[in-house]
Write a protein that binds this ligand. Sequence first.
Ligand SMILES: NC(=O)c1ccc[n+]([C@@H]2O[C@H](COP(=O)([O-])OP(=O)(O)OC[C@H]3O[C@@H](n4cnc5c(N)ncnc54)[C@H](OP(=O)(O)O)[C@@H]3O)[C@@H](O)[C@H]2O)c1
Length: 341
Amino acid sequence: MAASLEPRILVTGAGGFLGRHLLESELREPVAVLVRDPKAWQSQPWAQSLREIELIEGRLEAPERWAAHPALREVEQVLHLAAYVSHSRSDAEHSYRTNVGGSLNAFDFAAQRQARMIFVSTSGTVGCFHSADEIAYEDAPDCEAIIQHWPYYASKLEAERRLRARAREHDIPLVIVRPPVLLGPRDHRLRSSGHVLRVLENRLPCRLPGGIAFVDVRDVASALARLLQLPAPRPLYHLPGFHWPLDRFFETIAELAGGRSLPSLRPSAPLLRRLARGLGALPRQWRDRLSLPDPVLLEMGSAFWGLGSHHAREDLAHAPRPARETLTDTLSWLRAEGHAH
Ligand SMILES: NC(=O)c1ccc[n+]([C@@H]2O[C@H](COP(=O)([O-])OP(=O)(O)OC[C@H]3O[C@@H](n4cnc5c(N)ncnc54)[C@H](OP(=O)(O)O)[C@@H]3O)[C@@H](O)[C@H]2O)c1
């Protein structure tokens, strides 16, 4: 249903996992959403029940087609969620085009209206380490040395830098938000739930020596909704959840799923690195045809991830729910949707 008042918020990436939670559960005011394919949007049952939505057709790469839309005249905040999330090095160009170029275009739209730009980045720009139990707070340095060959994270880091520079140049308020992996129900495109699904479908090829940082998508959506209400937010918020060894993560899922078995193969980190190099030498079509993992995923599976926040609790009332609740709800939703039995 079209908005009854001119929207003051533009959400990009509204049709994604996080966007869906924001729109379905958190935002009550009129909102404009930028969507690439309005027919696809309208065909989704969850989107049909939304109220007070102004649908704007457009792509990040072509702002000239949507930025002057009359329904965007009153926009005061741009909540920029849209991104291309693929870890493969074969997708590097697409990642940079969308995540850097597209984000700068969204910023330019905000700057033309003196609107606040909220950029949802990722914990991967700062919170990736060679050893366990390290934690990146908002004042941590970036971790470019580790993530520079992982195009998704590298593109998000480049976007953060370029957006900061442009915000300074134009004196536009910019808020960067960094969540870790999002989990929870209603991941209708199976973006992050793929990690969980792999256990349910016995598709985990081996145990991985590294860790994972994750948070409930519903808690991130709530924090973002509060951020939109703050008159003077800080320029940067981390939205941490839990950082676990991957062994604990997969064992907990296997247990909650009723005792699934996990692979016994446990390659060491150096062996995984050699495997990743070997896989990287194969053409992508071969890897896909043989259902072999992308080398970046093996490299990431040897790394450790940790995120903390000095301000998210106080400013955004961010209090992550228990990890087992998130995993249980993720599993229940996947099962209810018929993805696993
Ligand atoms: N999922 C996670 O675990 C995770 C963790 C940390 C940070 N994040 C960040 O959180 C944000 C939301 O993630 P998500 O999981 O909700 O992502 P998602 O489910 O993959 O959704 C991405 C959204 O971006 C839109 N989009 C992609 N390319 C576009 C383009 N060129 N023009 C316009 N729209 C475009 C997609 O539009 P269509 O509907 O047309 O496909 C989709 O709505 C992203 O910025 C991501 O980097 C995600």
